[in-house]
Design a protein around this ligand. Structure first.
Ligand code: CTP
Length: 429
């Protein structure tokens, strides 16, 4: 059987699309989270080799890593010598993910040390390499670590921004390992697109709205929509990982975790969202309105539950909500926010007898006055509540490009490419 092919149940040769992923584990308390990461990769069908440092084994036992990956686990370069693992693992890998990466491990990688299997693997890897650091805030902010991170990034390595929050002891701050699902998502994006995480948004402030608003009728009922928030959260997450300072104004989502290194503000109604967006928009280089804002709200919202009663129900009277996106564009026209603020809108369209998706989208771009419009065709299981998406990107200068089908993270990376290209080069760092 040729290399890279496997035999299916019916005997035909089918291409083996499974990727070889090396998961490096550093010696920190967050090593336990690598177990969930390994499981995410194996469940996605990838071939996983776990390479812990000796000190990582102080936190999680070798047997756990072997059981989760289905492969033997070693830490040194003198085990299994005929297989030359210290060279082969790195050479053959499609992706190396180090999680958690301790301050010591980052320093050893910068120095090009090769005194254990993990550092030797890092030296021989020619695939995308991702470090997900986890350490105390003081260590993360120390000039030595800051310089090491900068060096690794300059070499083309992805060093994930850590989350903020509760650390090992009672202290809180930047340095928490992002959730395994988030690391897996970023790593998988690099498998789809190795250049998806440049640091091109450093020094920029980006506001992203996401999720759906809920417009209350009474204390238990509301008018809402099917937005999961996934696309907006993916944009916020990636913008932060591309170096931006990100404010995420979030309505209701399908239970999504707050992205690492993002300031998340939770809102309920369209009016709340407008207040939150208007407060921050003037301080941002980019405003991305990915939220599904309810166009209407019940004209009256009562404080006690509406009873069914004996007769027919009353019709619900509706009032139009403010158009938040149009408001930001107007504020820019009026000089209330800088003229350089880039405004990105979203449009979910179905098309009908009077026009197709793109015809409606072009009209919406003109009507809203934004700089870029991300267009999704919806209906028939597309766009809402699913993990994959496709669409078009329309620009106010008349250019149009197709957004190829892929994960919402891949879509987010394409949208941010367009944002990055359209930003005023005088801003940022
Ligand atoms: N939007 C907004 N405020 C609203 C409604 C929509 O800011 N009250 C934003 C959305 O976040 C999105 C864009 O406007 O970026 C387009 O939303 P969409 O619902 O497609 O547009 P509408 O103006 O509501 O047009 P339609 O008649 O197609 O519903």
């Amino acid at each position: 059987m040729p290399d890279g092919a496997s035999r299916s149940a019916i005997g035909a040769d089918v291409p083996d699309t499974r990727k070889r992923i090396v998961v490096g584990v550093g010696g920190g308390i967050a090593a336990y989270k690598s177990c969930a990461l390994i499981r995410d990769f194996t469940e996605a069908g990838h071939k996983v080799r776990v390479v812990p440092t000796e000190s990582a084994l102080e936190f999680v036992g070798r047997a756990t890593f072997e059981a989760l990956s289905g492969n033997p686990v070693q830490t040194g370069v003198f085990t299994d010598v005929p297989q030359v693992p210290h060279v082969r693992l790195g050479q053959e890998a499609d992706l190396v993910v180090v999680a958690p990466a301790t301050a010591d491990l980052l320093a050893r990688a910068v120095m090009g040390r090769a005194d254990d299997l993990l550092t030797a693997t890092l030296l021989t890897a020619r695939c995308p390499v991702v470090f997900a650091p986890a350490m105390h805030t003081e260590m993360w902010e120390h000039p030595a670590t800051v310089a090491n991170v900068a060096t690794l990034r300059a070499r083309g390595v992805t060093v994930v921004e850590p989350a903020s929050g509760r650390l090992t002891g009672k202290d809180t701050g930047a340095g928490r390992l992002p959730e395994p699902e988030e690391i897996a998502g970023l790593a998988t994006l690099l498998l789809e697109r190795p250049d998806a995480l440049p640091r091109d948004l450093e020094g920029r402030r980006v506001l992203v709205s996401a999720g759906g608003t809920r417009e209350p009728l009474d204390p238990v009922r509301f008018l809402g929509n099917r937005s999961s928030g996934k696309q907006g959260y993916a944009i916020a997450r990636l913008a932060a990982q591309r170096g931006a300072e990100v404010i995420l104004v979030s309505g209701y989502t399908a239970g999504l975790d707050e992205p690492a290194a993002v300031e998340t503000v939770h809102v309920r109604t369209a009016e709340d969202m407008k207040v939150a967006v208007d407060k921050e928009a003037g301080r941002c280089d980019v405003v991305v309105m990915a939220a599904a804002v309810a166009d209407f709200r019940p004209s009256t919202s009562v404080t006690s539950k509406i009873k069914k009663g004996a007769g027919e129900p009353d019709a619900i009277a509706l009032t139009k909500n403010p158009d938040i996106l149009a408001g930001v564009v107007q504020a820019r026209r009026d000089g209330e926010i800088p003229a350089s603020t880039l405004v990105v809108g979203f449009a979910a369209e179905t098309g009908d007898a009077d026009g197709d998706v793109l015809t409606y989208a072009r009209a919406k771009l003109r009507r809203k006055g934004c700089d870029l419009l991300v267009v999704n065709a919806v209906g028939e299981g597309k766009a809402f509540e699913v993990d994959h998406n496709d669409g078009w990107l329309l620009s106010a200068d008349g250019s149009e490009s197709a957004l190829e089908h892929g994960s919402k993270a891949l879509m987010a990376s394409r949208v941010l490419d367009a944002v990055s290209a359209a930003l005023d080069p005088a801003g940022g760092e």
